[in-house]
Each structure stands twice: as structure tokens, then as C-alpha cells.
Ligand binder design. Structure first.
Ligand code: F6R
Length: 370
């Protein structure tokens, strides 16, 4: 099997420009996580076929954690039902806890076998996962060899990533440099707390892990970073729209020419095009969107809704709302009234027998002209 192939740009599938002026990495949003996972699996399968047709190895960089499970399930399905072969595939996993025995419940070796390797025809010698059983003194040499092995194979064709709440990719916690390579790291407190469930208590989570570096990840030809669920929305927005910073390792992906975020709709909610769509495109000012915009403006300027001025609307990109439904006073009152009506002394609803005929508005409605 030939190795060492360096891909040409035309072989890469990620070429589209970013989706809004705020997004510095292309983002593809799917209604359901499973559709994103199927799309990623399809792209991986295409690359495997492409390489196989040229009698070349396909090198995959793989992640563990809950996010890629459905990608692996789809690859297994493709192997069983569509005859996708992994005979020409070489894999490199991003990370492993340290220390960690491969048969332990939380081991990434075990995870990968359970979710993927035991169900496909990959050659065992083509599987590479950082070794959590090493003596600490042997780790640096192991890491250097891991990097060299990837390079000798021509680099990673497709790298799959998840993102941690700290913004980590692999286990590159805040503070990791852009050029970092495979190494032993100390896990962040947030990461250890997120892993507590898997280890039956935070105190059992290892303090260290071996991880490929940010630099190792950025060397991949093509990268798919996946995030599903509302709990990822904020960190995704920071990585996609924020400044590049070592405090959010995933933000370094902004500098990669062929990287794409694959999100379900919940994980996309922190992006400006969902949070404040009026800043990105022409919108239809429904009552709901008007309320969302006015509450956003009041929070942004830290002002009561009834004190928002024409100037506030104009300066913060809400000119179109003014043009459609202005003046500002009318919009403020409309939104304020709505909010006022949501405040009730009867949180479970006023019992029917206590309702007066026409009992629909709030006591102070009459201070504003209709
Ligand atoms: C795992 C890895 C981590 C995870 C991240 C998200 O190999 O490198 O960066 O991708 O912590 O984990 P989940 O998918 O469990 O939310």
C-alpha cells in the first residue's frame, strides 16, 4: 500500500466561504444531530474510497467522547450494509487519560474498540492510540514517535474533533499554544468535573492525559469539529466568532484553510445569526422577533425597555425595526405591555370562577395611549 500522499486542494471537500460576517470558520447547521453525523460519515467514506481507488492509505484522526458516537455507528452501518472497507485506513486517536489501562471502563482504547474498531475490518496494526500504560519518563519519546508516524504516513486526511466546555480540542486545555505537539498535559478542573460521571466521582478522574497538540491537529488536511446540544452553544460561538486565543484552543481552527463546524440546531444558538439574526440579514419583524430584539437591546445597553431611544435602536443595528414599526416609543410600549401581561399573581392561571368578564389586561394599561 502506497503512503506519504500529500492531498491537493481539489481533493478537499470543504471549500465554501463562511456563512456570516461574524463567523470566522465555516459552519454547517443541521436540524438533527444524526443528520450531521451521517454527513460526516459520508465524507469520511468518500475519502476512504478516493484513497483506495489510488491504492493509498487513508489516515483518519479520531476523537472519543459522546459526540462522535453516532458518526462511528454510521460508519459501522456503512461497513455492514454498503461494503465500506477500512483495510486501507490508518487511525490516530487524539488522546487518552494518563495513567489508564486499556481494559478499564473509561479507557479510550476500550471506547474505540466498542464503538468502531471491533465492528469493521481495520487492520489492528493500523490503529494508533496514545498509550496510557507508559511510565511517565517514557511519555516524551512515545509522543515524539506518534508525531513522526503521522508525518511519515503523509499526515492526517480527515481529523474529527469534539469541543469541550473549556474550548479544548483533544485535551488541549486553555493555555495550549498553537504550535503544541503530542504531549502529557494536566486536565482542567472543568474537564475533570465533566468527566466525573464516567469515573463515578471527580476524585477518580485522572489529573493528566496524553493529547495530540493544537499544532498536530492543525496539520490535518481537513477538519470536522462537531458539537451537539445547547450546553455547547456558548463555547461554539466563542470559537467561531471570538478572537483567536490560547484560552480557547478551538479558536485556532480559524486559521485552518479546510475546517468546518458541524452543529445541530441547539449547539448553533449562540451564533449571531441565531441570537440576533437582524444583525446578519433582512428579517421579518414578527412579534416574537421584535420582543427578542428589544429585550436584547435593553440588556446590551443595560437600560429599562421604556427608556430605549431612537438613537439606541439606530446605533445597535435595529434601524430596520424602527422603519417597520417605529417610532421607538411605540415599539417600547408594545414590548413592555407584552412583558407586563406575563406577570401575574396567578402563576398557574387565574381560576375561571374568579375571572371577571373582560379580565385580560393589566391594571396600568390605560397609562399608555392605545
Ligand atoms: C476526546 C476529546 C475531547 C472531546 C470533548 C467533547 O477524544 O478529544 O476533546 O471531544 O471533550 O467531549 P463530548 O463529546 O463527550 O462532549
Amino acid at each position: 500500500m502506497a503512503t506519504g500522499h500529500i492531498p491537493d486542494a481539489h481533493e478537499l471537500t470543504i471549500t465554501e466561504p463562511v456563512s456570516s460576517q461574524f463567523e470566522k470558520i465555516p459552519v454547517q447547521v443541521f436540524g438533527q444531530a444524526i443528520d450531521a453525523s451521517k454527513e460526516i460519515a459520508r465524507r469520511i467514506a468518500d475519502r476512504i474510497h478516493f484513497r483506495a481507488a489510488k491504492d493509498e492509505n487513508c489516515v483518519l484522526g479520531l476523537a472519543t467522547g459522546s459526540t462522535p458516537v453516532s458518526v462511528y455507528a454510521e460508519l459501522v452501518r456503512m461497513h455492514r450494509e454498503d461494503g465500506l472497507s477500512f483495510k486501507n485506513v490508518v487511525t490516530f486517536n487524539l488522546d487518552e487519560y494518563f495513567p489508564m489501562q486499556p481494559n478499564e471502563l473509561q479507557s479510550y482504547v476500550r471506547f474505540m474498540h466498542e464503538h468502531l474498531f471491533d465492528h469493521i475490518d481495520i487492520l489492528p496494526e493500523n490503529i494508533n492510540i496514545p498509550d496510557g500504560t507508559l511510565a511517565k519518563a517514557d511519555v516524551p519519546e512515545f509522543c515524539a514517535k506518534y508525531e513522526t508516524k503521522i508525518e511519515l504516513l503523509g499526515g492526517i486526511d480527515i481529523q474529527i474533533l469534539g469541543i469541550g466546555r473549556t474550548g479544548h480540542i483533544g485535551f488541549n486545555e486553555p493555555g495550549s499554544s498553537k504550535t503544541s505537539s503530542t504531549r502529557l498535559i494536566t486536565l482542567d478542573r472543568v474537564t475533570r468535573s465533566d468527566a466525573a460521571g464516567d469515573f463515578f466521582g471527580e476524585e477518580n478522574v485522572p489529573r493528566r492525559a496524553i493529547t495530540m497538540g493544537v499544532g498536530s491537529i492543525l496539520s490535518a488536511s481537513e477538519i470536522y469539529i462537531i458539537a451537539y446540544g445547547e450546553h455547547k452553544a456558548q463555547i461554539v460561538a466563542e470559537a467561531v466568532e471570538g478572537e483567536i486565543s490560547p484560552m480557547v484552543s478551538a479558536s485556532f481552527l480559524q486559521e485552518h484553510p479546510h475546517c468546518r463546524f458541524m452543529l445541530d440546531i441547539s449547539a448553533a444558538q449562540g451564533l449571531t445569526r441565531f441570537r440576533c439574526p437582524w444583525l446578519v440579514e433582512q428579517v421579518e419583524w414578527t412579534d416574537l422577533l421584535t420582543r427578542k430584539a428589544v429585550i436584547w437591546l435593553a440588556r446590551l445597553l443595560d437600560k429599562p425597555i421604556l427608556k430605549l431611544t431612537e438613537k439606541d435602536y439606530n446605533e445597535e443595528g435595529l434601524q430596520d425595526l424602527l422603519a417597520e414599526h417605529g417610532p421607538a416609543y411605540d415599539i417600547n410600549v408594545q414590548v413592555f405591555r407584552h412583558l407586563q401581561r406575563t406577570i401575574t399573581g396567578w402563576p398557574a392561571g387565574k381560576p375561571a370562577d374568579l375571572k371577571q368578564p373582560g379580565d385580560v389586561s393589566r391594571p396600568h394599561d390605560d397609562i399608555f395611549p392605545k
